[in-house]
Design a protein around this ligand. Structure first.
Ligand code: MG
Length: 159
């Protein structure tokens, strides 16, 4: 078995779309990014790549490459899952936390879990997505940024 950790931060600005876990969330502020700026999918992708010791999202999908401009981050996670499968590994379970001051994410959590589970080809019971505020502290607390963190456990494809 192999474990991996991922972490991602995006700035929030007015007029940008807020996409987390593949869900477009109604919000006055959205994440700034070369791709769709989906901090949750980026952190899970990084966790998967980390578990494989296969570099990070920046090495696989550089933000200097026009190919990834406005990209659907689902592509990144799918590619990381393909790399895992090529090594005979699959995600056993993953846990993640999104830190954002607003809006409240609770109504969207199950849709995010379903999206991630589908992209990884695993049961939704194996995908945890949590959300919290930063109690008004720092960049997150002041609504200037969103952060996501994820850990994944990989195991043999066959079990
Ligand atoms: Mg990112």
């Amino acid at each position: 078995m192999r474990i991996g950790f991922g972490n991602d931060v995006h700035r929030l600005e007015a007029g940008e779309a807020l996409v987390l876990g593949g869900v477009a969330i109604p919000s006055e502020y959205g994440s700034v990014g070369h791709s769709d700026g989906d901090a949750l999918l980026h952190s899970i992708t990084d966790a998967l790549l980390g578990a494989l010791a296969a570099g990070d999202i920046g090495t696989h999908f550089p933000d200097t490459d026009a190919r990834w401009k406005g990209a659907d981050s689902a592509e990144f996670l799918s590619e990381a899952a393909r790399l895992a499968a090529a090594k005979g590994l699959r995600v056993i379970n993953l846990d993640s936390t999104i830190s954002i001051e607003r809006p409240k994410l609770r109504p969207f959590i199950d849709e995010m879990r379903a999206n991630v589970a589908q992209l990884l080809g695993i049961s939704v019971d194996s995908v945890s997505v949590k959300a919290k505020t930063a109690e008004g502290l720092g960049e997150i607390g002041n609504g200037l940024a969103v952060r996501a963190e994820a850990v994944v456990l990989l195991g043999p494809e066959s079990t």
